[in-house]
Ligand binder design. Sequence first.
Ligand code: 2RA
Length: 329
Amino acid sequence: MRIAVVGATGMVGEVMLKVLAERNFPVTELIPVASERSVGKEIEYKGKKYKVVGMQTAVDMKADIALFSAGGDTSLEWAPKFAAAGTTVIDNSSAWRMDPTKKLIVPEINATELTAADKIIANPNCSTIQMVLVLAPLHRKYNIKRVIVSTYQSITGTGVKAVQQLENEYAGVQGEMAYKYPIHRNAIPQCDSFEENGYTKEEMKLVRETKKILSDNTIAVTATAVRVPIVGGHSEAVNVEFSNDFDVNEVRNILHHTDGVVVQDNNDTYTYPMPMYAQGKDDVFVGRIRRDESQENTLNMWIVADNLRKGAATNTIQIAEYLIAAKLV
Ligand code: 2RA
């Protein structure tokens, strides 16, 4: 497979290359793509050096699949050009996610929706992926009425500038700010910009994308997204109201048998998910599973995942793996 990685020099792009190698993805030719200022830079993949090329050069090279993580504007401009050249695009930005003509895919949930006609496929937001992977089997079993989620999001979701800001603040050095406020010893209740309704784009991604991926607009979702000074992954406190009652042990068992989900839930052994231990792994970890005693048919959970892996690079690559296995590319 001729594979283009668009945004190859960025944080997610670098993880994509790592995961492609780890999973021994069938890459016959790698095309690392970045903005003009990075053209000519060398990147290494599986012990071989490749020169970064620009966007139009990459379009003309007619990759089979292009894995995009280059921001929404770049994707809006260039994904259609790659698609017109016959390349199937899997895009990590928010550009196409809510487009009614584009599929929003978490392979374990809805990859079967894909057809060969899908030339631009949207990868959901990291905080959405980890939540819906856990919610999907529970929705099928108990029918979800409402979700209340509070996130505790890693600074890696903002990118290199945010990681540098935290390192500077640790070191007592004044540097470029990724956030309006210090992130060291702080928690910032704003991920991305605010929308007219007073919610942030990050919060509304959780609301909108969850309904689309679970194919159910009746699910009520509300979210509070918070940035915290950690790097390992995103954590989420999720409260779910079902139409029907449930048994907590049955919930654990359903999740235990869900592909991509690992249950870490034992109070006696202080076993629960934490981003420090999720970092570098592709699973979504769930624990603190307990009935909400304040309301019937309602459950609390704690969900953690590496936002750069299952939340971005790995999910994207799993979509590509599905396309190949289903002979859609
Ligand atoms: C964030 N999910 O964490 C967003 C984009 N990666 O900032």
